[in-house]
Unconditional design. Structure first.
Lengths: 271, 221
C-alpha cells in the first residue's frame, strides 16, 4: 500500500515537474489544421482557377502534407516578400512557397530538403533583339522582389555596370508581366515553368523565351521555423516519400507537363 | 508565441546602404513638395478665378488627388500611362504621383490661406500704385505662406511617408526599396524594418523641427 502511494506521488510529481512540451508538429496535429503559406501568382506552382479557388503544384503539395498529418489544409495566400513574416508571426505553420534554399535565408528559417527545382530562362518580347542572357547587358530588366532569379539578375546587372541598363523589382509576378508587356522593362528572368505557362495563356502576345539564364539550379524547399526540428524532420521525410511513391512525378505531369521531373539530388555530395 | 532572435550586428552593417536610401527618399519628398507648392498655388488661384474652364480644371485635379488613394495615383502614373506607351521611370512615376497628390491637398490649404488676407489690403496696395502681379507677390503671397506654413510642414512629412509606396512601381533605391531588398535576401524582416522605421521617424522629426526653426526666423511678428 505504501509502495503504491509512493509510486502515485512519484508519478504525480513527475508529470507536474515535466511541463507538457508540445512542439509545432504536436500543435498542428492537435489543432486539426495545417496552415500553408502559398504564393498564388506563380503558376503553375500556385494560382487561382476560374472560381477563385487556389490551385497548383504547391497547393496540391500542401494538401498531401495535410492528408498524411491527418488534418485539413488551409491555404494562406502569401506574396513572395511576406513569406517569412507570415511564418515568424505565426500566421502559417509551413511555407509551401517555392522558397530557394539560400544560406543567407537559412540563418532565419529552417529548410526541408528540396521538393522542387527550377531552371531560369529569359522572357522577353519579339523584336527587341534579345536572344540570350548576355544580350540583357545594357537593357532595362526587372523581376519579382524576393525571388532567386531577382537576386541573381540584379547581381548580373550590377556586375555589367552598364549605365544604359537598369534593374527594377516588382512586388508581384503579375506586375512584372504587366511591366514587360507595356515596355517598362525589356526582359525579365523567370522560371521555365512560369515562362511556359505565361506564354501558354495567350494573354501576352509577343512574349518569347530568350534562352536559358546561366544560374545554378534553383532548388526550393519547404520552410518552417528554424528551431522546429521535429516538424522539419517530418517535412524531410514527407518530401522523400513524395518522390519515392511517385507522387512528385505525378504532380509534375499534372501541373508542368510531360517530360522528366527535375532531379532533386546534387551529385557528388551528401545532403 | 513570438520566438525570434534578433540579429542586430549584420543589420547595422547594412546601415550605410539604408542611409543612401534615406537620401533618395528625402530627394523625392523635397522635389515633390517644390512641384506640389508651385502647382498648388496655381490651382488655388484657378479655383478662385472667374474663368469656368480654370475652375473646372482645378476642381477636377483637387477632387481626384484628395479622394483617391496615393497608391492608386502612383500606380496610374506608372502602369496607367504605360498602357498608352508613356514610360515613366519608377523614380519619376513616384515623384509625379506624390507631386500630383501634394498639389491637390496644398491647393485646398492655399485656398484657405488666401482668405486670410483681406481684400482691402489688395485694394490698398493697388491704390498705392502696385500692379496686380506685384500686389499678389509682395502683399498676398507672403502672408498666405505664413498662414499655411504649418499645414505645409504636415504635407511634407506626409510626402516623406508616401515615398514608401515606390516599391509598388519597382523602385528599389529609396529607403523602403532598399529595406525590402535586404529583407528578401536575408529574411531578417524585423531588424531591417525596425531600422527603417527609426530612419523615417528621424527624417520626419528633423523636417518638423527644421520647419519650426525656419518659421521662427521668417514669420516672427
Amino acid at each position: 500500500m505504501k509502495l503504491l502511494l509512493t509510486a502515485a506521488v512519484a508519478l504525480a510529481s513527475l508529470t507536474t515537474a515535466l511541463p507538457a512540451f508540445a512542439d509545432k508538429l504536436d500543435d498542428i496535429i492537435a489543432s486539426g489544421t495545417l496552415r500553408c503559406a502559398v504564393v498564388l501568382d506563380f503558376p503553375p506552382m500556385g494560382s487561382r482557377d476560374a472560381n477563385n479557388n487556389p490551385i497548383g503544384f504547391d497547393v496540391d503539395t500542401c494538401n498531401d502534407l495535410a492528408k498524411v498529418l491527418g488534418v485539413t489544409a488551409e491555404i494562406v495566400e502569401t506574396p513572395f516578400p511576406d513569406r517569412i513574416p507570415a511564418l515568424v508571426s505565426g500566421r502559417v505553420d509551413v511555407g509551401v512557397a517555392s522558397t530557394s534554399d539560400t544560406l543567407e535565408r537559412a540563418k532565419t528559417v529552417g529548410f526541408s530538403i528540396p521538393y522542387f527545382a527550377f531552371e531560369m530562362v529569359v522572357l522577353t518580347k519579339d523584336g527587341l533583339g534579345i536572344a540570350d542572357y548576355d544580350s540583357l547587358k545594357g537593357k532595362k530588366v526587372g523581376s519579382t522582389s524576393g525571388t532567386y532569379e531577382a537576386i541573381a539578375l540584379e547581381k548580373s546587372v550590377n556586375e555589367w555596370a552598364d549605365p544604359a541598363g537598369s534593374f527594377r523589382s516588382y512586388q508581384t509576378q503579375a506586375d512584372v508581366m504587366l511591366a514587360l508587356s507595356q515596355g517598362q522593362i525589356d526582359a525579365t528572368v523567370v522560371t521555365s515553368t512560369v515562362a511556359g505557362s505565361t506564354i501558354a495563356t495567350g494573354n501576352f502576345p509577343g512574349f518569347v523565351m530568350g534562352g536559358k539564364a546561366p544560374y545554378e539550379i534553383d532548388y526550393v524547399g519547404l520552410i518552417a521555423l528554424r528551431e522546429e526540428q521535429g516538424l522539419l524532420n517530418y517535412l524531410n521525410l514527407f518530401v522523400n516519400q513524395q518522390i519515392r511513391t511517385g507522387r512528385y512525378a505525378e504532380l509534375y505531369k499534372k501541373w508542368v507537363g510531360d517530360g522528366e521531373a527535375p532531379n532533386l539530388t546534387v551529385p557528388g555530395v551528401y545532403y | 508565441m513570438f520566438n525570434y532572435t534578433f540579429h542586430w550586428r549584420p543589420a547595422f552593417q547594412a546601415l550605410p546602404h539604408m542611409l543612401s536610401g534615406a537620401v533618395v527618399t528625402l530627394q523625392i519628398a523635397i522635389l515633390s513638395m517644390i512641384i506640389g507648392v508651385a502647382i498648388g498655388v496655381l490651382l488655388a488661384l484657378m479655383s478662385g478665378s472667374g474663368n469656368k474652364i480654370f475652375r473646372g480644371i482645378a476642381s477636377t485635379w483637387i477632387e481626384i488627388a484628395r479622394n483617391t488613394p496615393a497608391l492608386f495615383q502612383i500606380y496610374m502614373a506608372y502602369f496607367g500611362l504605360g498602357q498608352f506607351g508613356i514610360h515613366l521611370d519608377s523614380f519619376v512615376a513616384l515623384l509625379a504621383g506624390i507631386a500630383f497628390n501634394n498639389a491637390g491637398y496644398l491647393a485646398e490649404t492655399f485656398r484657405g490661406g488666401l482668405r486670410v488676407v483681406p481684400a482691402t489690403q489688395v485694394r490698398a496696395a493697388r491704390s498705392l500704385g502696385l500692379g496686380s502681379v506685384s500686389a499678389f507677390r509682395l502683399i498676398v503671397l507672403p502672408q498666405m505662406f505664413r498662414a499655411v506654413f504649418y499645414p505645409m510642414t504636415n504635407q511634407m512629412v506626409w510626402a516623406i511617408l508616401m515615398t514608401s509606396l515606390g516599391v509598388v512601381v519597382g523602385l528599389n533605391t529609396d529607403l523602403t526599396g532598399v529595406t525590402q531588398e535586404l529583407n528578401v535576401k536575408t529574411f531578417r524582416t524585423f531588424e531591417y524594418f525596425a531600422l527603417a522605421a527609426v530612419l523615417y521617424y528621424l527624417i520626419a522629426k528633423a523636417v518638423t523641427l527644421g520647419a519650426r526653426a525656419f518659421a521662427y526666423r521668417l514669420f516672427r511678428y
